[in-house]
Design a binder for this molecule. Structure first.
Ligand code: NAP
Length: 222
């Protein structure tokens, strides 16, 4: 199978990742998603038609990344678009800096920085020239919201990796960029801010916009 039109999404079991999976499947792409929740992965496998790999994979575990990406390589031959979407909100309720425990900060970085980093490192050899890498970031990476120091710093740190990657992969015409989806109606948002009653974006609409952005960038790159 051709690696053209193949997309890998980390964290496809709920929220934005799940909707990105649907958007690209509906557009006829070969899609691969992963997540830790076995029941959700099995539900997705049984419900979705189309070209889909759905596997249990924890991005904090190197062997887990390797097994998942080997399957992608065998079935799709490579990756045209990589969406680094999986993330943790970190310790809850959101602690002030003076209350943030170092182990909770490390745990947040374990997923949002080191997990993403390892997933990216294993993916780079599979990326097709002219492809795209997207890091799902947050406005919290640049706006100082009280209580958000662990999550915000992990997102900001990985944004820096993405900016550098973009420069390093210029010769291969691979674009790497961070994408802020805005506040969305997802499990993560409800866990972080259970009292929040402000209007939230539908992750399905955000996924549609991201699909458009990816397609525009790929066309401009041709
Ligand atoms: N919701 C918002 O308002 C908002 C705003 C700005 C940015 N974002 C960003 O949007 C992205 C998607 O979040 P969401 O709002 O859609 O939340 P969500 O519904 O909680 O989705 C998070 C996804 O990440 C996966 N995940 C978490 N840790 C993982 C790990 N170690 N290995 C593999 N998968 C893992 C989860 O799957 P499993 O539990 O099955 O592992 C789940 O599929 C995140 O990067 C988040 O930071 C969200």
């Amino acid at each position: 199978m051709s690696a053209e039109k193949s997309i890998v999404i980390t964290g496809g079991t709920s929220g934005l990742g799940y909707e990105i999976m649907n958007a690209f499947l509906n557009a006829g792409w070969n899609v691969a998603i992963c997540g830790r929740r076995k029941a959700e992965i099995e539900k997705i496998r049984s419900k979705r038609n189309g070209q889909l790999i759905a596997e249990i994979c924890d991005i904090r575990i190197e062997s887990s990344i390797s097994i998942f990406l080997n399957k992608v390589k065998m079935e799709y031959g490579g990756i045209y678009v990589l969406i680094l979407n999986a993330a943790t909100i970190g310790p809850l309720p959101l602690p002030k800096v003076e209350e943030l425990r170092i182990e909770d900060l490390r745990m947040t970085f374990e997923t949002n920085f080191f997990g993403n980093f390892n997933f990216l490192k294993y993916s780079i050899p599979l990326l097709k020239d002219g492809g795209i890498v997207v890091h799902i970031t947050s406005d919290a990476a640049t706006v100082p919201y009280a209580g958000w120091s662990a999550y915000s710093s992990s997102k900001a740190a990985f944004d820096a990796i993405i900016r550098i990657l973009n420069v390093e992969l210029t010769e291969r015409k691979i674009q790497a960029f961070s994408y802020d989806p805005g506040d969305m109606d997802t499990e993560m948002h409800h866990m972080a801010l259970p009292e929040d009653r402000s209007p939230l974006k539908n992750p399905k609409d955000v996924a549609g916009k991201l699909l458009d952005e990816v397609m525009e960038r790929l066309e401009r790159n041709e």
